[in-house]
Design a protein around this ligand. Sequence first.
Ligand SMILES: [Fe+2]
Ligand SMILES: [Fe+2]
Length: 290
Amino acid sequence: MLIAQISDTHISIPGSRNDLQFRTAEHLERAVAHLNALNPQPVLALATGDLVERGRIDEYERLRKLLDPLAMPVYLIPGNHDDRESLAKVFEHHRYLPRDGQFIQYTIEDWPVRLVALDTLIPGESGGRLCAERLRWLNTQLADAPGRPTIVLMHHPPFTTGIRKMDAMGLDGSEALADVIRQHPQVERIVCGHLHRPIVRRFAGTVACTAPATAHQIALDLGEMPRLATVMEPPGCLLHLWLGDSGGLVTHVSLISDRYPPFGVFDGREWLRDARPPARFHPDEATTRP
Ligand SMILES: [Fe+2]
Ligand SMILES: [Fe+2]
């Protein structure tokens, strides 16, 4: 079973600053084509938050159109840029999204790997939170199926990364989450977004990771960064391959990059590159909230 994870699509309306700077819609189109062209194709996709830039209805409508060609079902969770109400309204046809309650949290039982989605959003804030109510719900869900391999998905990762400006907008409630996760060894992975780059850490007896973004990445600066910078490194997604109880869950980074030299495709004779030049961005010109 192959599970794709895309993250931080940050779709905004045509002509907005974000749209012009990072071309997030164009990048998502490319990500969708990338997932559809994979062989084997993932059976499902996860989109781990910051789906749109400002939580607007018209942004979600644009996102819906961009996701339409995706050949597999996609499961959405909110990030700090999202708005629960607008998301649920435009994606009403996503029947797994809860119709009541304060949070967008749900469990998917349909696949060999069980999916438990957590909502870390605090409206108006960049950081996230797992309050007692959300964690109680998680504990109940995990206690319901102790024998089933499970992926927990959430936007904010429950660990600091060394990228200090991002850690400053991290997750409140990580220790309480660890207390819950430790009791449920069937959790194979906690998959997150928010960092706009792939990062892995041991967490409470399982493995937690973040995904690259489909458009702009956060600059890898482990020093005293004066301000947060974004870079147009090759975008990517994660591919989580479930190999059964003996093989476990293996996670690959799949770059969506063959139009950015030098990440072309070598066909045995020559480098095949797209004729279109990469977008010209300089980290200093492009700063944004992740
Ligand atoms: Fe975020
Ligand atoms: Fe983001």
